[in-house]
Each structure stands twice: as structure tokens, then as C-alpha cells.
Design a protein around this ligand. Structure first.
Ligand SMILES: NC(=O)c1ccc[n+]([C@@H]2O[C@H](COP(=O)([O-])OP(=O)(O)OC[C@H]3O[C@@H](n4cnc5c(N)ncnc54)[C@H](OP(=O)(O)O)[C@@H]3O)[C@@H](O)[C@H]2O)c1
Length: 348
């Protein structure tokens, strides 16, 4: 892009709750260093957006939410030019400590981005980064599984299988030959969705898990992804996990878990927080761009399918408010996305 607009459309909040999301106009900044400036084409929503909205300080500063985007590179900082060129179609989650993607343009560190799947729509691509990175880091970095590396005689339990993270975690786990993947879901439609994502079996997280697993011949699981309501499920997972087994949690406990439950089994509890690399600018933060590139390859090879369930429409305060309300109900299956601004008239 030869010129950059001075102002852009955005959706954000100005004050603490219950201040609503509003349509606003914000300045556009040229990228420096490792940043690219992306033209945002589509975004997905995540429970993190609602949490950040609920914690907004009453400081009068505009806050733009959203950390899941697909767009096109409009301009590159000097370092980022080694990785991308204007016109590249990209996707990324970005950094929760910086302004989000609910805007027509966004600055994002090129090391956290990758070229998006060429065979997916912008909305489908936008639905992948945050949940895909979370599931990848949990399964392949914390639990030690790897695509195409057999894990015979092993069982993985995915608690919260129909949610955004669970939907892609089930698919990625199915890339591990021999790994038996059991998901949890509580409603007929979410059970069906988990099966579509590839779960071998589905049990109901609103009922005691152990008896249901025993009924399908599973006494213990070698690993578990705790993707929802850890306070409700941790004790049951501690009981189910095999000696030397591993539990990965992605949601904060609201009260301290009884960690001693794991001791006799030498089992472990670890965390995945997909913003750790960007928050601490870790030496390996470019790994997130590499993971997104691997996910794009899997998408293009038809080895994973999009988890997008619904495109709600254009990026507007009204549509984001509706999307947040749906996330806050806690029964979303797969992902919700939004794409395009109604009239993209930037002031040049
Ligand atoms: N640490 C990280 O990096 C990271 C990254 C992404 C997300 N997260 C967090 O992880 C959580 C899940 O994210 P998400 O995007 O997958 O959420 P989501 O899409 O909103 O999850 C919705 C799903 O939660 C399931 N669910 C509802 N009540 C449940 C319960 N009592 N036990 C187990 N599952 C239940 C529902 O299944 P049914 O309808 O079948 O009950 C529904 O399909 C959120 O708290 C999010 O903030 C953390």
C-alpha cells in the first residue's frame, strides 16, 4: 500500500462495565520494527474478549478487543519485511497486551503471524489462530504428542470437547496414530459436534465421568486436556489419570485445587496460556508463527477442517455485543466469526 489512511473504523469500549461496545474511529499507525500493519478482513471471538471487556479500567482510554484475525499485509516494518510483503494473506492471534483486531487495521508482530490457509475463507482462517495455538501448545508441547508419531495404547480425555479449543484439539489429537480420543459434551448437538470433530467416544461432563468411562472400558487415561470449568473437573481427572499421567489446564482455578491428589501417581498438572510467548517476548516467540504455518499446511492438505460454526456478519458494535452475549452463555460449539466493515471508508 503506497499510502496509509489516517483514521480507521473500529469497535471498542471507553469505560468500565457496564459500558457498551461502541463503533468508533481511531488513528492508524505505520508499522515499525517487527510489526506488520494488517488490513483486517475477518475476526473470531473468544471468551478472552469478554474477560478483557469485563476488566476494562475506567480510564477514558479506548480499548479495542479481539485476538483472532485474518487479513492482508498493508505495510511492513523494517524487520518484518524479511518475512512478509504487502499483499500477503495472513492470520494471527497476536498479543493480548496490545490493541486487538476489532478494527479495520491492526499492528501485529510478524513473528506471531503466518500465511493463512489458501483454501479457507477469511472467516474460516480467523477462527483458527487462538484456539489452534492453544491446542497445539497443549498437545504437542506440554503433553509431548506429535502429529504422525504413534501413541499406541494411550487415551486422551478432552474436557469441554465442543468448545472452540476442544473442537480443534480433538482434530489435532486425531493426527496422533493410535491415540484414543474421548471428549466430553453435555447436549445431543454438542455430542454430535465432538463426533464430527473426530472424537472416538463422547461422555457427559454434567454426570460423573468415572462411571461413564468404566462403562466403555476405560479405567485410566494417560493424559487430559482440561479446557473448561477446572474447579468442577480437577478432582475427577486426578482420580482418572494413570500413574505418571499428565493433565494440562488452560483456565484459571477460582479456588486452589487439591494438587496433592496427584502425588501418589507422580502425575503432573501443567498450564498452557497461548499469550505467554507474546506477553514475555520469549526468545522462541517466533514459534507461534511457525505453528500457525504448520496449521495452515494441515488445512491445505485437508487434514484438519475449519471449526467455524457461524459467521455473524460485519464487524459492528451490535454484532460484537451479540457475539459476546452468546459466548457468555457458555454453550458455543466451534467458533463464531465476523467479517468486513459495512462501509470501509477510511480518511486518507
Ligand atoms: N489458556 C489459554 O491460552 C486459553 C486459550 C483459549 C481459551 N481459554 C479459556 O478456555 C476456556 C474454553 O475456551 P473455548 O474458546 O473453548 O470456550 P467456548 O467455546 O466458549 O466453550 C463452550 C463449551 O464449553 C462447554 N461447557 C459448558 N459447561 C461445561 C462444563 N461444566 N464442563 C465442561 N465443558 C463445559 C460447552 O459444552 P456443552 O454445551 O456440551 O456443555 C460448550 O461447547 C475459556 O475459559 C477460555 O477463556 C484459554
Amino acid at each position: 500500500m503506497d499510502f496509509l489512511p489516517k483514521q480507521m473504523q473500529a469497535v471498542g469500549i471507553l469505560a468500565a462495565p457496564p459500558s457498551p461496545l461502541i463503533d468508533m474511529s481511531l488513528p492508524v499507525f505505520a508499522p515499525q520494527g517487527w510489526d506488520i500493519l494488517a488490513t483486517v478482513e475477518a475476526v473470531a471471538v473468544n471468551p478472552a474478549d469478554c474477560r478483557v471487556r469485563q476488566r476494562k479500567a475506567d480510564d477514558g482510554q479506548a480499548a479495542v478487543l479481539g485476538w483472532d484475525a485474518a487479513g492482508t499485509v498493508a505495510a511492513c516494518g523494517a524487520d518484518a519485511a524479511a518475512k512478509f510483503r504487502p499483499g500477503d494473506a495472513v492470520y494471527y492471534a497476536g498479543d493480548v497486551n496490545r490493541p486487538g483486531c476489532n478494527s479495520a487495521y491492526q499492528l501485529v508482530d510478524a513473528r506471531l503471524a503466518a500465511r493463512r490457509p489458501a483454501n479457507w475463507s477469511a472467516a474460516e482462517a480467523a477462527a483458527l489462530p487462538l484456539t489452534g495455538l492453544t491446542a497445539w501448545e497443549a498437545l504437542f508441547e506440554r503433553l509431548g504428542y506429535a502429529p504422525d508419531a504413534p501413541a499406541e495404547e494411550q487415551t486422551l480425555l478432552v474436557v469441554g470437547g465442543a468448545g472452540g479449543v476442544g473442537s480443534i484439539a480433538i482434530q489435532l489429537a486425531r493426527l496422533v496414530p493410535g491415540l484414543r480420543v474421548i471428549a466430553t459434551a453435555s447436549r445431543p448437538e454438542s455430542v454430535g459436534w465432538c463426533r464430527q470433530m473426530g472424537a472416538h467416544e463422547v461422555v457427559d461432563h454434567s454426570q460423573p465421568l468415572r462411571a461413564q468411562l468404566q462403562a466403555i472400558g476405560v479405567e485410566t487415561v494417560q493424559s487430559a486436556l482440561l479446557l473448561n470449568r477446572p474447579d468442577e473437573h480437577f478432582a475427577a481427572l486426578a482420580e482418572l489419570v494413570a500413574p505418571f499421567g499428565r493433565i494440562v489446564n488452560i483456565v484459571p482455578f477460582s479456588r486452589p485445587p487439591e494438587i496433592n491428589l496427584l502425588m501418589r501417581k507422580s502425575a503432573s498438572l501443567s498450564w498452557t496460556y497461548m499469550f505467554t510467548r507474546s506477553s514475555f517476548q520469549t526468545a522462541d516467540m517466533a514459534r507461534q508463527g511457525e505453528i500457525l504455518a504448520s496449521l495452515a499446511e494441515l488445512a491445505e492438505a485437508g487434514r484438519i477442517r475449519s471449526t467455524l460454526r457461524e459467521n455473524i456478519g460485519e464487524l459492528s458494535a451490535a454484532n460484537f455485543s451479540a457475539a459476546h452475549a452468546r459466548l457468555e452463555r457458555g454453550d458455543t460449539m466451534g467458533k463464531l466469526a465476523l467479517s468486513g466493515f459495512a462501509n470501509r471508508q477510511e480518511q486518507i
